[in-house]
Design a protein around this ligand. Structure first.
Ligand SMILES: [Zn+2]
Length: 423
């Protein structure tokens, strides 16, 4: 048993954030057994070994609901929008992941970077190659991480180097579910790339698998750019909308997460809410590719479930701070001001809820898995200066959102063990 002493940021009833100035987080065998005021907890747990992190702020580990591990080398690549970016920057990188050695090296680099940025769980895309998926799960298992991932399914309109055979892709998906889903803290996501890259036969196979295994996740892309939406309308002339393509096949359900969800109408949004599907909102990626702006007002009005995501490599950063800031800025362009608490929530507990994991991750509370971060509100000179004058918790959180990056993350704790120590 071990106790981490620091300030504590945690969610309490009604998804409100509260700060305890001098707190203790007691962990044992990967779980948080107690968290709260230091004075009371030190009496309740005498003799516990103390890790003294006073001056830092312990907070829930961040959760990235949409990220492509095989695109770390496609990051910061010039392109004229999504479809050209896929063609010229992404697919050539993904094509390298048939090589198990390359896949292992990149998986380890990617997981190091997640830890450095305070991301403790993610919903991850592997490539269409079996080797990429095996490498990612094996690397996550070695680190004891809670990760969801899946092998990408794409059997048309893609270069031969990444295009997959319809039946083989489905068979491999089934085998991967058997091998990795529920093993340690790993979960499988059935991963059709997006409607234009998947034949109807493949999508029907996905639907069959998804129906048979409600405990398995499902992830895809939806309505990212207007050009893509027009393409889907040509490929599926019988469907009312892009979302309707997935809906008719039965692919909208709890534990399904669709990235982007920009060019939707309210009928689509209502269907998303009714179905229990969630949107992974990727504002940095959307700005980078010029795809469009997620409509936060419409999301609130129609009460769809959404959470934040980096979408690396189209997203230019793995830092949750950069993503939260981009979300704030995108909402401002539509006259909406997202509160610091809401932004933080949608990258932690709200993201856990979108993944149907809120009983295990997303908060620092008794019974939760011990995945958390220790943040330094004085990590840079400017942040230290601005934090010192913060008159409320909201002001402090906003200063970290606007001025923060990986330098703010001093420690990342995975299952009670410090995964990274910076500085
Ligand atoms: Zn993506």
């Amino acid at each position: 048993m071990k106790g981490f002493r620091a300030s504590l940021l945690r969610f309490v009833a009604g998804d409100e954030l509260e700060r305890i100035d001098d707190a203790l987080v007691v962990v044992d065998r990967g779980l948080i057994v107690d968290a709260g005021d230091h004075g009371a907890l030190a009496r309740r747990h005498p003799g516990v070994e103390i890790v003294d992190w006073r001056g830092l702020l312990i907070a829930p580990g961040f959760i990235d609901t949409h990220v492509h591990f095989a695109q770390v080398d496609a990051i910061a690549s010039l392109a004229d929008g999504l479809l050209q970016w896929l063609e010229r920057c992404t697919f050539p990188q993904e094509a390298r992941f048939g090589d198990p050695e390359h896949a292992c090296v990149v998986a380890d680099f990617f997981l190091d970077e997640l830890a450095r940025n305070g991301v403790t769980s993610a919903m991850v895309w592997c490539t269409s190659h079996l080797a990429s998926t095996e490498a990612f799960f094996a690397a996550s298992a070695r680190r004891g991480l809670r990760m969801i991932a899946g092998k990408c399914l794409m059997d048309r309109n893609s270069p031969a180097t990444v295009c997959d055979d319809t039946e083989r892709g489905l068979a491999q998906t089934e085998a991967l579910i058997g091998r990795w889903h529920g093993r340690d803290r790993l979960g499988y996501a059935i991963t059709p790339r997006f409607a234009p890259a998947c034949s109807e036969r493949q999508l029907r196979g996905v639907a069959e698998l998804a129906r048979a295994r409600e405990d398995v996740w499902l992830q895809s892309h939806l309505a990212e750019t207007r050009e893509e939406v027009a393409w889907v309308a040509r490929l599926f002339p019988g469907s009312r909308s892009y979302l309707d393509v997935y809906d008719r096949l039965g692919l909208l359900r709890p534990r399904s997460v669709y990235a982007h969800c920009i060019h939707l109408d309210d009928a689509d949004r209502v269907r998303m809410r009714e179905s229990g599907a969630s949107a992974a909102v990727c504002p940095n990626s959307n700005l980078f590719l010029g795809s469009g702006l997620f409509d936060f007002a419409a999301a609130a009005r129609t009460r769809i479930s959404w959470a934040l995501a980096s979408d690396v490599g189209a997203g230019p950063s793995l830092s949750p701070f950069r993503t939260m800031l981009a979300a704030y800025e995108v909402a401002r362009l539509a006259g909406v001001s997202l509160t610091p608490g809401l932004l933080w929530h949608r990258h932690t507990l709200g993201a856990a809820r979108a993944l149907d994991l809120a009983d295990r991750i997303g908060n620092v509370a008794a019974g939760m898995e011990a995945d958390f971060v220790a943040l330094d509100p004085r990590a840079t000179a400017l942040l230290a200066r601005r934090s010192a004058s913060a008159a409320s918790l909201d002001e402090l959180l906003f200063a970290m959102i606007v001025l923060g990056d990986d330098r703010v993350v001093r420690h990342t704790v995975i299952a009670g063990e410090a995964a990274v120590r910076v500085g």
